[in-house]
Design a protein around this ligand. Structure first.
Ligand code: IPM
Ligand code: MN
Length: 372
């Protein structure tokens, strides 16, 4: 029996509540599909930082490296200056663990309410493949004459051919395993240096993947096309900042942050990948049972898919999607059930042996991901 060794980082706010339900779903999948799970909790986040003054020590980063994958809840706390935990922990782990791809599926499941009028679920099923270690997120730059009228702020965007090529190659492979369409999202009419490099690398790959249809959309126009014509997209590949922005729009289209899952993928096996809901720590609702664990469970499904457990991943997606489709609201007091009750319902549906809905299975990201 294969046993997967997972690091669990619950984090802050609603992080622990939703991540516990994700681990519950993983355990349900393990017993149904016959694999083992071993978990180690790492108390990283605001509380540990406030107590010790340290975000993460090198030894802990090394211990994380030894796991097969990391399940991450959320980070952020009103007692800590905004940005400290985000840059010092989340972005640092993405970079140091070489998680070059941030994969964010945007799929509208049947029965899930969306703010987009008359959007048929069949029309909305695409994936954002976001570069995850570079661009504006590197934090390069400087400020001089701060606090005066002569202040100058330089914020650099780093774009290396190697990182772009790795991400673009993954996006092409994913497109080939899905509906065979790739769209580059950038702003190359204005950001000429970075835009030119991204486009030229996409063109190089297009020559090798001649069965994949290639398209280009500016980032601003993307914000119009995604809600209006989501069927136009299959795999969208983009840089770190554009990917951050358009994936929140994607989350809105698919019903909100209670549904949006993500995978930070290490592509070369040098460190574990990390799985986290797109939503933050929502300290205002922490402890109330108002957070929807579906985004965390769907992130756990991506974890299983990346470990090659495609069937189990599909069972998690199927269970989360069917429970989501029954909820009167996707977050807050109106969900009609608590975080834990929703997690229990999902876990029960994973272990009962009823089949996977063919509607879910046909275009599932889980199958494509497990296959590449
Ligand atoms: C996300 C978040 C992070 C990001 C923050 C918390 C640093 O918004 O995962 O999308 O900007 O990448
Ligand atoms: Mn974001």
């Amino acid at each position: 029996m294969t046993t997967y060794d997972l690091a669990i980082i619950h984090g802050d706010g609603i992080g622990p509540e939703v991540n516990r339900e994700a681990v519950k779903a993983l355990n349900a999948a393990a017993s149904r599909f016959g694999f083992g799970l071993q978990t180690t909790e790492y108390p990283l986040g605001a509380q540990a930082y406030l107590e010790t003054g340290t975000l993460i020590d090198p030894g802990t980063m090394d211990s994380l490296r030894a796991h097969n994958a990391i399940m991450f809840g959320a980070m952020g706390d009103p007692r800590v200056t905004p940005g400290i935990l985000e840059r010092g922990l989340i972005l640092r782990m993405r970079r140091e663990l070489r998680q070059q791809v941030n994969l964010r599926p945007v799929r509208l499941y049947p029965g899930v309410p969306t703010p987009i009028k008359d959007l048929d679920p069949g029309r909305c099923d695409f994936v954002v493949v976001r570069e995850n270690t570079e661009g504006m997120y590197v934090g390069g730059g400087s400020t001089v004459h701060a606090g005066t009228r002569n202040a100058v702020a330089l914020q650099e965007s780093i774009n290396t051919a190697q990182a772009i090529s790795d991400v673009v190659d993954y996006a092409f492979r994913l497109a080939r395993a899905r509906r065979g369409k790739l769209t580059l999202c950038h702003k190359k009419n204005v950001l000429v240096h970075a835009g030119e490099l991204w486009q030229s690398i996409v063109n190089e790959h297009a020559a090798q993947y001649d069965d994949v249809e290639v398209d280009y959309v500016h980032a601003d126009a993307m914000c119009q096309h995604m809600p209006m014509n989501p069927e136009r997209f299959d795999v969208i590949v983009t840089d770190n900042l554009f990917g951050d922005i358009i994936s929140d729009l994607g989350a809105t289209i698919q019903g909100g942050l209670g549904v949006a899952a993500s995978a930070n993928l290490n592509l070369d096996g040098t460190a574990p990948s990390m799985f986290e809901p797109v939503h933050g720590s929502a300290p205002d609702i922490a402890g109330k049972g108002w957070a929807n664990p579906a985004a965390a469970v769907l992130s756990a499904a991506l974890c299983l898919a990346s470990l090659g457990e495609g069937k189990a991943a599909l069972a998690l997606e199927n269970a989360a999607a069917s429970v989501l489709g029954e909820l009167p609201a996707l977050a807050g007091a109106g969900m009609g059930a608590t975080t834990e009750q929703i997690g229990d319902r999902i876990a029960e549906r994973i272990t009962d042996e009823t089949g996977i809905s063919s509607q879910i299975e046909e275009t599932s990201i889980m199958t494509a991901m497990a296959a590449i």
